[in-house]
Design a protein. Structure first.
Length: 461
């Protein structure tokens, strides 16, 4: 039996009905919440689940007056202190006895004045079949364009509500509601939403409190309504912001790209005897910024020898990572490929669409010693600090040549920390493996050392 059900049974026991009717009301209300929302949605809240001060480790009770702890070590007996604190001359209350029976903390028998029972209710912000959620999700997906399976609709975001029950509830004082966590879906909880929830029972637009009546259910419904309106407004703000950015991009394209440049300029390159690069390569106009993501997007056709291999999406906490890899033989091909990727609307709308690195081996100019070669390498973080350098290091340790690797990341609303670099590298490796740039395990084992590695490396040129 769960701690929740054990507490409910104790609060609604015959002994509690006889001695402490107000604890019976609390127990019946908790039982109703579990019946309405499901037992999995309701759980007791311990201090390990919250960083708020004033609660003992492992306790479902928070104390407002910590000075009483010292009194328990003096001449005052635990029973007399407890009775005085709870204002009950007939012994401990049913709520206190019920909590003590859970054996969550052996100090529960010495409850101080102002103790609070705390529990959580975890609910979806919208019902899965709610038309408003379907519409909101459609609008969000339209601007995010995350490459995930659209046959499976995303579940609504979860809302964690902390309910704090004081010793004078429901006779005199209403409960307190508070949001737990930092995010609702992709959006960070701001002061407006947090304040609206905490003022549920004291605001003129909130839930009226009637002394003697339980009201947690009404408060939770109010929180769901307020949070739902807040979430829809955040989605609308993002949609409008994206539309404004698209309009600005269109304006920038019209101003910065002359009409005669849309066909793609050409330049003549000197072709070496051992290079398969074409003599004429279309190139984009001169770059006015080092960040490829902010460039006006062109639509040049890729030369037939360039084939881009894209990996399957890696999804972690709603963030999505996709790798792209292709063979390149000249640095001038790199911006052409980057612009080609940015013409994909899904990629262009990613938080970091073209994190990339390349490594090209070229013969030196005539007159140099025979067999001498130079390595041309570069990378771009695209706003994800140090990510491009890590991709460059990956190409270096794999000893790959004449390869461009690009990773697109869509942000899911939750910070991943250092794990994001592992996921970026994994997406890159997946694309390299898909394109055949990594030596097969069987070939690598058969090579047995450096000579084999050099053979594999040069074979990819």
């Amino acid at each position: 039996m769960s701690a929740w059900q054990t507490l409910v049974d104790n609060l609604t026991s015959p002994d509690a009905m006889e001695n402490d009717p107000h604890t019976v009301a609390i127990g019946l209300e908790m039982e109703s919440l579990a019946a309405i929302y499901g037992e999995d949605a309701c759980r007791l809240h311990t201090s390990e689940q919250s960083s708020r001060p004033g609660s003992r480790p492992g306790s479902i009770i928070s104390h407002k007056d910590r000075s009483v702890d010292k009194a328990t070590s003096g001449s005052t007996t635990p029973n007399s202190l407890r009775n005085a604190a709870l204002g009950n001359g007939n012994g401990s209350t049913g709520l206190e006895n019920s909590l003590a029976s859970l054996q969550v903390n052996e100090e529960l028998v010495n409850l101080a004045a102002g103790h609070r029972l705390r529990y959580e209710v975890v609910l979806p912000l919208f019902a899965p079949d709610d038309p408003s959620w379907t519409e909101t999700q459609a609008r969000l997906n339209a601007i995010e364009s995350i490459p995930v399976d659209q046959d499976e609709p995303s579940p609504p975001p979860q809302l964690r509500i902390l309910v704090s029950i004081g010793p004078k509830y429901p006779e005199l004082v209403p409960p307190q509601l508070q949001l737990l966590g930092r995010y609702v879906g992709q959006f960070s909880i701001d002061a407006d939403l947090f304040g609206s929830v905490t003022k549920t029972y004291i605001s003129s637009t909130g839930v009226p409190f009637t002394e003697g009546d339980v009201c947690v259910f009404e408060g939770i419904n109010h929180v769901l309504q307020v949070a739902g309106e807040w979430y829809r407004s955040k989605v609308e703000e993002r949609v409008q912001g994206e539309q404004a950015r698209e309009a600005e991009k269109e304006k920038q394209r019209a101003e910065e790209i002359p009409a005669d440049n849309h066909g793609g300029a050409t330049t003549t390159l000197k072709q070496s005897s051992n290079s398969s690069a074409p003599q004429h390569l279309p190139i984009p106009p001169p770059l006015h910024t080092p960040s490829f993501s902010s460039l006006p997007m062109l639509s040049p056709a890729l030369p037939p020898h360039i084939e881009i291999h894209s990996s399957a999406p890696i999804t972690v906490s709603k963030s999505v990572f996709v790798g792209h890899a292709c063979r390149v033989t000249d640095p001038l091909e790199v911006p052409l490929i980057i612009h080609h990727l940015l013409n994909d609307k899904k990629i262009a709308k990613a938080a970091h669409p073209v994190i990339h690195a390349y490594r090209i081996v070229k013969d030196q100019d005539e007159g140099a010693k025979n067999g001498q070669q130079v390595i041309v390498a570069d990378n771009d973080d695209d706003g994800e600090t140090a990510a491009g350098g890590r991709l460059a290091h990956l190409l270096q340790i794999l000893e790959l040549e004449n390869v461009l690797v690009v990773v697109s990341r869509w942000f899911g609303g939750q910070l991943l920390g250092p794990e994001r670099f592992k996921l970026i590298n994994q997406a890159a490796r997946d694309a390299l493996e898909l394109g055949g740039f990594l030596p097969d395990k069987e070939d690598e084992a058969a090579s047995g050392g450096g000579a084999g590695k050099d053979k594999n490396r040069r074979g990819r040129r």
